[in-house]
Design a binder for this molecule. Structure first.
Ligand code: HPA
Ligand code: ZN
Length: 319
């Protein structure tokens, strides 16, 4: 039995398995430039974050209708439940869909058709986190937040993803401030490929409550000390790090050193259809390659609930 856990770093578009991509392409009359799922899988060899993002944005063009987003989310929730996921805080990238002519309603309501029934259908509670694409402008992020306003009852928080280097958190200060004023929770990808300063900036300028990835904090001992002191959770994604070559091999992953340093680490799957594994696959991979003890694995599972927005929400409602 997989350990019960929360998944806190999961891009719903990154759960698009090749088979579903081809099914949706056929349903929507979208032509993919791959002959079949086998040929598509051949393309899953990435040099870095950007080479992955190119395929990620290309394949998501098969998503066109509410039903497509519903099917995508249900496929993920089915797999997640089988891997012990009891709670999932799910990222989505509306700008990537709005840019190709879809509207916010199609995306959010489509996802919600699955998420709104996830507890009954899958035994998984969910939250939705709207991510801004950091390689788009700050104005575009603000416009996206405006477009999401009618759907804020469906959206718990905001995040920041896509190409990191050259797009420092400071660029998004205003949109994070506006979102905070709307009562939205705040997270951001930082320190995946970008420098440790991006983590510091995200904390100081964006007011984030959790760091997505945050791997490169290990290059800055003072930052590590701060993250430990302030109990800032990190959402690590080990299989993603290997596939995007952020680490050479899983055996080189700094997770054990990060736990030893006292960091509040969690293990997540990021874009599982592309990186070779869902939540428990990541747990099993770190157990096997890094020799983590059962006690360490239980700590990681416990951390995932501690770092989630679940309990705070309930406390907030009770107040
Ligand atoms: N990093 C940054 N942006 C992303 C990722 C990621 O791992 N996945 C989807 N968008
Ligand atoms: Zn990510």
């Amino acid at each position: 039995m997989p350990l019960p856990k929360a998944e806190l770093h999961l891009h719903i578009e990154g759960t698009l398995e090749p088979e579903l991509a081809f099914d949706l392409a056929a349903r929507n009359g979208v032509k993919l430039r791959y002959a079949d799922t086998e040929e598509l899988r051949e393309a899953y060899r990435f040099e870095d974050l950007q080479s992955f993002l190119n395929l990620y944005y290309e394949l998501m063009t098969v998503l066109r209708t509410e039903r497509d987003f519903e099917d995508l989310a249900n496929a993920y929730l089915t797999r997640a439940a089988a891997q012990g996921v009891r709670h999932a805080e799910i990222f989505f990238d509306p700008q990537a869909h709005l840019a190709r002519g879809l509207d916010m309603r199609t995306v959010v309501e489509g996802l919600w058709r699955a998420l709104g029934r996830s507890e009954e259908n899958h035994g998984v509670s969910t939250r939705l986190i709207l991510c801004f694409l950091r390689d788009e402008s700050a104005d575009s992020a603000l416009e996206t937040l405006e477009a999401a306003r009618p759907y804020l009852d469906r959206i718990t928080g905001i995040g920041l993803d896509s190409a990191e280097v050259g797009h420092p958190p400071a660029k998004f200060r205003q949109v994070y401030e506006t979102a905070a004023g709307l009562g939205l929770r705040r997270v951001a990808h930082a320190g995946e490929e970008g420098p440790p300063e991006y983590i510091t900036q995200s904390l100081d300028l964006l007011g984030i409550e959790r760091v997505d990835h945050g791997l490169r904090c290990m290059e800055d001992p003072e930052l590590v000390e701060r993250l430990v002191r302030e109990r800032v959770p990190l959402t690590l994604c080990p299989l993603s790090n290997v596939r995007l070559r952020t680490v050479d091999t899983l055996a080189d992953h700094p997770l054990p050193a990060m736990l030893d340093a006292g960091l509040l680490c969690t293990v997540n799957s990021d874009d599982p259809a592309y990186f070779g594994g869902y939540a428990d696959d990541n747990f099993r991979a770190v157990r096997e390659s890094l020799g983590l003890t059962e006690e360490r694995l239980r700590e990681l599972a416990r951390n995932s609930f501690l770092a989630s927005f679940l309990e705070d929400d309930e406390e907030r409602r009770a107040r």
